[in-house]
Design a binder for this molecule. Structure first.
Ligand SMILES: [Cu+2]
Length: 491
């Protein structure tokens, strides 16, 4: 918790598919996670100091739809795979240590891990398309895209098709761009870094024998008749002029992805849910409230082993109790086996924020994504009208359940989803995993301030931890003095 990831407490854990029965993609590819993984970080520069100074400055950077970003870019340092990346660099003379080696004519699986804290990035490779083939652990039918957006905690895999006939030594920028831009000027990125895709004869660089030739693609999206694709775009349409004047980009959200291996009948929730299994969570940061106006206070002991949750406020929290804004915010799912809907929104204007919402214990099904209203240039003018949000409490549908909420066997599953600023996402799940689960915004700054809720999924059905766990708890929960004693006795 807190800002430990900022201090290096993170790592990439990659679980590979079993060799058999590995699903058949139409094309084969090399799968070398140790060589083809991009773990992206945005490290805060002295976070505590930065946050203290944060509120006193006007935001310089926004998303191009005019929405806010949680932390200003001046406080950020980019990293990939543990290497610091230049914040903003020209290609000339740049000797980035991040290089990925490919052989012309072969296909490779690349993995992107957004081990980030606050920011939303846009990935692209000059002169190459990405064929997205997995997200958050689920294989999907390959989707060809020019740009891929990744928000905090999301994982995406793509197939890169190394071109035939490209001479060894050719080197293409892998761009890691901020989606954030200077407020009111979409052409000025808040930050941009690079790695390189390098063509070679084998798995390793051939320096000094290999002469490198840098190939940069300028004006990639300037053809109006053939706009670039942007996958996992948090906007209903791409705002004008992102990164360069006169760019043409088309937004696709994750609903453009379909599972490669369909979910068996009976293992996915239905499109229609009973009203008692529908819950609305509006994410909005104020000094006091973060989800439906409630700031989550972390319990002093795990809810799992608590007899009673002290200072609990259970969904739906009524407005006459809104004085208790700091509490253990909980929601109870009490209908085992039922299809359940969460409507996650970010509706409060004038400055909504795009939140990456993560839930433990489930990979949910993305049933619908709704966007705000935009002006001609793609800036938000009003929140989505499917929902109405009272001055306190949770949102409700404005005019009954809207159309277009669909779950089927190929509906994409994720455990982290972008909630568009001014819009909403309907996620569905089956109540099948009794326990307490945590749902939270994955922006560290938001999480640490209480943008979280504890989900009691039929908790009385959850098996009690076995006695030995209680016994070892005694062993692992000890005072600092005992820790120091243990440490010194262990050498
Ligand atoms: Cu957030």
């Amino acid at each position: 918790m807190r800002y430990q990831r900022d201090s290096g407490l993170y790592g990439a854990l990659i679980v590979r598919e079993a060799e058999t029965p590995f699903p058949i993609f139409s094309e084969t590819f090399e799968d070398q996670p140790e060589r083809k993984t991009m773990a992206i970080l945005d490290t805060m520069i002295n976070p505590q100091t930065s946050f203290m100074g944060r509120t006193s400055v006007l935001p310089r950077y926004c998303l191009p739809d005019g929405s806010g970003i949680p932390v200003q870019f001046d406080y950020i340092q980019f990293q990939m795979n543990g290497q610091r990346l230049p914040r903003r660099a020209s290609f000339a003379g740049l000797n980035s240590q991040i290089e990925f080696y490919v052989v012309g004519g072969k296909n490779y699986r690349f993995r992107i891990i957004a081990a980030t804290e606050e920011n939303i990035f846009v990935i692209s490779i000059d002169q190459h398309k990405m064929h997205v083939m997995a997200t958050d652990g689920y294989l999907v039918k390959p989707f060809e895209t020019d740009y891929l957006v990744v928000h905090v905690s999301e994982r995406y895999d793509f197939i890169l098709k190394a071109k035939e006939g490209v001479s060894p030594g050719s080197k293409f920028p892998i761009r890691i761009q901020s989606l954030a831009v200077l407020c009111n000027d979409n052409t000025k990125l808040a930050g941009e870094s690079y790695g390189f895709l390098v063509y070679t004869n084998g798995f390793v660089p051939m320096r000094p024998a290999l002469r490198e030739r840098l190939i940069v693609q300028n004006g990639r999206c300037n053809d109006k008749s053939n706009p670039c694709k942007v996958l996992n775009c948090p906007f209903g349409k791409m705002p004008n002029d992102y990164s360069n004047p006169g760019t043409y980009m088309t937004c696709f959200n994750v609903l453009a992805l379909q599972l490669l291996i369909p979910t068996p009948q009976g293992e996915y929730p239905s499109s229609v849910v009973d009203r008692k299994n529908e819950f609305f969570f509006n994410f909005h940061q104020t000094a006091e409230g973060l989800i439906n106006g409630i700031k989550f206070d972390f319990p002093e002991e795990p809810i799992l082993i608590s007899k009673k949750i002290i200072n609990e406020c259970a969904y739906p929290v009524r407005c006459n109790k809104i004085g208790r804004r700091h509490c253990r915010h909980t929601v109870y799912l009490e209908n085992y086996g039922s299809s359940t809907r969460f409507v996650l929104s970010s509706l409060r204007l004038p400055v909504p924020i795009t939140h990456p919402i993560h839930m433990h214990g489930h990979s949910y099904f993305i049933a619908k994504i709704g966007y705000p209203e935009y002006d001609e240039s793609g800036r938000i003018t009003a929140p989505n009208k499917d929902l109405k949000l009272p001055s306190c409490g949770h949102a409700t549908w404005s005019d009954g359940t809207p159309g277009g909420i669909v779950v089927n066997s190929t509906t994409v599953r994720k455990d982290a989803i972008i909630v568009p600023a001014g819009g909403y996402v309907a996620i569905h799940l089956l109540q099948k995993n009794p326990r307490w689960w945590f749902m939270h915004c994955h922006i560290d700054y938001h999480l640490n301030h209480g943008m979280a809720i504890a989900i009691g999924e039929n908790p009385t059905m959850a098996s009690t931890p076995p006695d030995p766990l209680y016994n070892v708890t005694e062993e692992f929960c000890f005072t600092l003095q005992t820790f120091l004693l243990k440490e010194s006795s262990n050498g």
